[in-house]
Design a protein around this ligand. Structure first.
Ligand code: MG
Length: 164
């Protein structure tokens, strides 16, 4: 029997003027950006939480608390790298990542390939293991009104192949 682990992560940040917009570590030209203590990259936060969830090792809020000045303005690409470097992942490899970004605007599709490559680079995997999808909520709710962007991620972990 192969041991498998599945994890899910969800994150939301508010869209505000005067901030740069980062999703999956890619800067997107837009009149608003996501607000938060770090660079507020909701997509990378959802991926990090999905990974942590798969091994039942808390969440990024616990490991990188808002109250800690070290993480002010933090680069979420670096946070994700730090998460994946945790010893708790030592016996695991990533089967696949499936990410959905929920935003009325901007359109995600033009940045999708760049996002896949960026996520893959953070985790030292091939982009073909990373799916990035964008969707709207048809004008409904906070995402539909453009008040914020949400991201949902599912990740599958597989046991590391034995050497030799
Ligand atoms: Mg967050």
């Amino acid at each position: 029997m192969t041991d498998l682990r599945i994890g899910s992560g969800f994150d939301v940040h508010r869209l505000v003027p005067g901030r740069r917009l980062f999703l999956c570590g890619v800067e997107i030209p837009f009149e608003l950006g996501l607000d938060g203590h770090s660079d507020a990259d909701a997509a990378l936060h959802a991926i990090a939480d999905a990974l942590l969830g798969a091994v039942a090792h808390g969440d990024i809020g616990e490991h990188f608390p808002d109250s800690d000045p070290r993480w002010r303005g933090a680069d979420s690409f670096e946070l994700l790298r730090r998460v994946w470097a945790m010893p708790v992942f030592g016996n695991w490899r990533i089967g696949n990542i499936d990410l959905t970004i929920i935003a009325e605007r901007p359109k995600i599709a033009p940045y999708r390939e760049q996002m896949r490559r960026r996520v893959a680079a953070a985790l030292d995997i091939f982009p073909d293991r990373v799916s990035v999808k964008g969707t709207t909520t048809e004008g409904l709710g906070f995402t539909g009104r453009g008040e914020g962007i949400a991201a949902h991620c599912t990740v599958l972990l597989l046991p590391k192949r034995r050497e030799g």
